[in-house]
Design a protein around this ligand. Sequence first.
Ligand SMILES: [Zn+2]
Length: 1058
Amino acid sequence: MSDPGVQASIHKNLKTTLPRVYNYINSTRFREVNLVDRLYPDSKPVELSHWALPGGSGAWEGWSFAEITQQTFSPTSIGSSYGPTWTTHWFRLVFTIPDEWAGSEVQLRWSSNSEAAVWSEDGKILQGLSTGDPDARRSCYTITTNHQAGQGGPYTFYVEMAVNKLLGASEGDLIDPPSPDVYYTVSRAEVARLDGVVYKLTRDLEVLHQLAEKLIDLNDQRGYQALYTANQMVNSIIAGEDSVASSLADEYFSKGNGSRSHTLATIGNCHIDSAWLWPYTETKRKVARSFSSQLALMDRYPEHIFVASQAQQWAWCKEYYPELYARVLERVAEGRFLPVGSTWTEMDGNIPSGESFIRQFLHGQRFFKKELGITCNEFWLPDTFGYSAQIPALMNHMGLKRFLTQKMSWSLVNRFPHHNFTWEGIDGSTVLAHFPPGDSYSMQVTVEEAVKTERNLQDKGRASTSAFLFGYGDGGGGPTQDMLEKIQRLKDSDGCPRMSMMTPDQMFTQLESEQHNFCRWVGELYLELHNGTYTTHAAMKRLCRQTEFELRDAELLLCQAVATLGSQGASQLLQESLTTLEGAWHKLLLNQFHDVLPGSGIAMIYPEAQVLYNEAIQAAITVRDNAAAAVFGNAGEKTEVLVNTLPWARTEVVTVGGSKAGAGSYAMVSVPSMGIASPTSLTPTSPVSVTEVDGKYVLENGMIHAEIDSFGRVTSLKVVGDERDVFQPPSYQTSETTEEMYGNQLMLYDDEPLYWDAWDVMDYHLETPVVLNDGKSGYTITAPVIVENSALICSVRWGVTFGSSTLTQDIQLTADSPLLTFLTSVTWGENRKFLKTVQSTSLHSNKASFDIQFGHLERPTHMNTSWDSARYEICGHKWADISEPDWGVAVLNDSKYGWMARGHTLALSLLRSPKAPDASADIGDHTFKYALFPHLGTLQQAGVMKRGYEFNTPILHLQAPADRGEETWVDVTGEGVVLHTVKPAEDGSGEIVLRLYECNGTRSKVTLNLKWPVTSVKACDGMEVAGSDIPFTQEEGVTSVPLAFTPFAIRAVRLTLQ
Ligand SMILES: [Zn+2]
């Protein structure tokens, strides 16, 4: 049935009717006879003057609005240009509004072809502006919606112009490094009268045209109804009957959907990358521009709800824009401006440690609770490059059951089969996961997007609601007035899925009511793209790992100080240290942002991130040393004491009486679990030796036997007493596999991705291996020489020069250690090359294991399916292991995250050399270490995870009175549980939170033994909220707490001390 009152076009000619409608709102052609030039019937220029804020990026942070407006502004005019890149320019705009404009909406129209913000004369940031190519996203500010005669001013406003665009300052391709010397031209600065009727008709025609185009394409007759309505509107407008045209549109949009139609939960948001193609300092302004724009929209659209993630960005708003923040809080109180996502930043989803993930939630939620009185109920991470298999358990630990992302739609090979599913982690815990089926977090509110969202949904018949996240993103901005107007027309328009403004809470509540219909996905959400980010910008990874471990040490020492002094006696130290630690964690958490830690940002981000990391490390060391001084006291003569912060006893070779790098003497020492010992040298039970035999170097220590050839490769690696060799085929090997087996083959691959340079390593890189150290590549090898040869430590040094790079390695074995360690220095100067150390082993296994956050993950070593095949570069933390049931080899590292496990080969990725968006990424000097650990039994029986911790947690050398003997502060009896975290409760109460996890994937019962004056032990969650009492016993000053764990379970307990 046709719409009554609608006159169809005379001719059945879609090729003319459809473009005719579009041409009537076309801003590039026919504008003087269509609606476009009618939109602003009157305008007048403003009086414009300019002041250049001195300095470049971030200089604005040193200036208050009052200081700025007191500067001398010089008259300027339209057509003038301002720069260079990252500078700031202020404009004063003075104008009057004519009485003849009474009754109309009056706007300030601006274009500087850059990002900008409008400020009031009294220093309020009113709204962001984003103008210029490719589209003017926000180019006007409404001064009044209803001008009154006699109130024509004069008015004064200010515009703050940033010399960068929404997505940075590249004049070439999006991800090219920013151009250093761009100037942008102010091409418009005027006040104008808006014709409200024309604005409405424009939006009506825009939406009707989209409906016609999309639905006709789907051969849906409702598209023709939209088309004929629009066509008749054009005829009416031409006839001078705007009101008839308006009524036709209203009538069309009043026809609703059937009751089973799909609902799009329209959620206004702006994804602001905390740094990407711009530095942190610009993000602070992006937050202010975006937030102020949303407040302006809320004044006008009562239904508008906006969500903002990343507590860090809220904290920036509070610090740098307190007046704006106060206005945001008013809308928060109304439930319209909402925090979302729970976390401090939207972090990388693979690389941060388990504890870092928990602190992302802890600091994010604490901020939102304290500042806004709100606790988020979801984890919101739309734009990260893959998601660890441990995330469901970490979320459960934090009391969260809802997860949202859309990035999996970027996978290059396999289409993820669900948009709604129950996601199960490695411990069996589950969360509800939702992917917006429109595959975007920055919808523009088009019919095309709405229909795509419904038709793309992988769970048809199972889910009635899908998220539709709208608003400009990446560079910020958020929803615009046009988007809200389009939602008003499409909220229930027959043929297009329903749109309903919802909070994330409302949307997830709806999805939870349907969760019984959803399928289950177990394990990681592996993104089949961007897997070069496990390696790019090696310093970010190294410093992240180091900061995580330094903070761990500091928190343990601080707890020991609290236990020593009592919570009263330690009160001042505790409060000061908690403040210091909070600052340090915030720096670490910020640097884990998903373009900083992955290495996918522009060059200027990284020196600042390094400073933040180093400040965090220094803060941790300060807290640690102050705490140690409190533990050990200040009286008496001091001497060196060794501190082991791991929850098991360690015996190893360390340097004593000097710096680790210096020629100080070596000692074999033993330090108890989470405790101290004097640096007394023990006699090793397994002294080490190195000998040269026929050009090969044999390193042996009674535990392992290794042979190094003249190219620095490992040709033999065995557990002493066991005939099986990691790098030699067994004697009964058939002739089918004659491949040479070596350890530490340094392989260089060509590394030219399809587009995303810093992000991607493509599958075809594996077709281009060059072995640097096999004598065939022609590179200059510096043959091995013995550089250390004692009963405690033996080292062989070799090197290779290749391309524009050099690499030097000390291959080291110490007494009583099963690790063959490679201490590596590289001067790296390559272009699109990828360096790995490849272990081509004799082991036969269809799977390999990888250390991840608070547990480990098994992945196939074969390419049976397209899913297996696509995982050619994968993420792991401190170690990976390939084992047969009763022996195997693990590879340990101190700062790397990229791996490959294929067949019998286990490769660790070392360095990349992408050129965009940072042409200098990773060029320069690097030091890192990795180790081979041949073992008997399973990785669990061999204690691979313990070795991984030891490799990353050096025994500390601190100062204590000479009479301090050996002490154990905390230990764990029983196997399989790692006491990872010992920290003061975040609330400053002096209570202590311990976090433990089951690391073997088995059921484990252990007893936690604390030499502390414990008065109560309670279970708690990651938010540190105390729950039920846990029984404990006390004897001779030791509190013993029995704890049981299911496989990979994460548990926390909260202690009260005297
Ligand atoms: Zn992002």
